[in-house]
Ligand binder design. Structure first.
Ligand code: PLP
Length: 357
């Protein structure tokens, strides 16, 4: 059990309250144990049994035929785009989507145009979507529409299922495929109290990140039809994403998808408590009311920008990332317990007390 030693190192009271991201979560002791005992093979040669099990299990949970284990959710999204769109075609998505704000650089080698449309709480404007899909004039052909839930830049907002269905129906009506960036799909499923497949059904392909709140050390899964996943498997090799005794990592991923979903409700409860606590400090400090595990704190009226708040909080042992110039982002996860929330609220309160009246 010596492998489990590092797990608890981050749990000691002396550690900072790290609200920067749920990506900081360490593997659980059960993950280390499964990694140690997993049957492995060569995933690039004749296959790795634990990877196959992760792919089959996750495909089933997402209601898709097939799945592919990849090193990151960024790669899952990239493969979904490469497998379902051609050069000089267009990807349409809301302009706050992670694929648009953080992954659009891939367009420089995929040769696709990314069309960002306005959205509300991560939900793309349906009239503008319909217009973008209309095959009039000399427009680029739209090959793919992407959605995201829960929505990172919309403070963890969850897309209403009726909206997802409307996007899917609009796209399908034009013969256009839909990809769902479900990096935090399990958070959305917990918030809606539905199985992940009830959300993923409004997409042709769906990505799921294993290394955020689900706490696996690395990896993501892309799920979809057999044909698209086989194409993605070949594309993964082309971009160097094929790995060998990958079952060691897939074992942690299996533990993540099989056991770590329900506990996300605790992260959501603590995010609500953090938000409620921050909103009692001073009317000039405004936290979003979270649906999942992410809150954004508007500091624009506090006389300090996000970077200054971040530095001040660090002095109290609380880590939060500036999100744009005038906001902070706080993310709850497995290493944030009730005491950590209390500490974080107290730190905000101490800093706010220095604000001029
Ligand atoms: C984190 C994130 C990604 C990228 O995940 P990585 O595994 O870090 O590459 C993609 N989409 C969304 C919505 C995310 O939050």
């Amino acid at each position: 059990m010596s492998m489990s030693t590092p797990v608890n190192a981050a749990d000691s009271g002396a550690e900072p309250v790290d609200l920067r991201s749920d990506t900081v979560t360490k593997p659980t002791a059960a993950m280390y144990e499964r990694m140690r005992t997993a049957p492995v093979g060569d995933d690039g040669l004749d296959g790795d049994p634990t990877v196959r099990e992760l792919e089959a299990t996750t495909a089933g949970m997402l209601g898709k035929d097939s799945a592919l284990f990849v090193p990151s959710c960024t790669m899952a999204n990239l493969l979904a785009i490469l497998a379902q769109a051609e050069r000089s075609e267009q990807l349409v998505l809301d302009s706050a989507a992670h694929i648009y704000t953080s992954e659009r650089g891939a367009a420089t080698f995929t040769g696709l145009f990314y069309l960002g449309l306005p959205g509300t709480e991560g939900a793309i404007d349906l009239a503008q979507l319909d217009d973008a899909l209309a095959p009039e004039g000399r427009r680029l052909k739209t090959a793919l529409v992407a959605m995201e839930t829960s929505h990172n830049n919309a403070a963890g907002a969850v897309l209403p299922l009726a909206h997802m269905q409307a996007v899917y129906d609009t796209a399908a009506g034009r013969g256009v495929r839909v990809h769902l960036d479900g990096a935090r799909l399990f958070n959305a499923a917990v918030a809606l109290d539905v199985p992940p497949s009830d959300i993923a059904c409004w997409s042709d392909t769906v990505s799921l990140c294993l290394s955020k709140g689900l706490s696996a050390p690395v990896g993501a899964v892309l799920a979809g039809s057999k044909a698209v996943i086989e194409k993605s498997r070949n594309l993964r090799r082309m971009i160097g994403g094929t790995q060998r005794q990958l079952g060691i990592m897939a074992a942690a991923g299996l533990e993540a998808v099989q056991t770590m979903g329900p506990r996300l409700a605790e992260d959501h409860r603590r995010a609500r408590r953090l938000s409620a606590g921050l909103n009692t400090i001073d009317p000039r400090l405004v936290a979003t009311v979270p649906q999942t595990n992410i809150i954004q704190v508007d500091v624009s009226r506090t006389g300090r920008d996000g970077a200054a708040w971040s530095l001040d909080l660090e002095a109290f042992g609380v880590l939060a990332r500036p999100w744009g110039k005038l906001r902070l982002r706080c993310v709850t996860h497995r290493h944030i317990d009730d005491a950590a929330i209390t500490r974080a609220i107290a730190a905000f309160r101490s800093i706010a007390a220095r604000m001029p009246a």
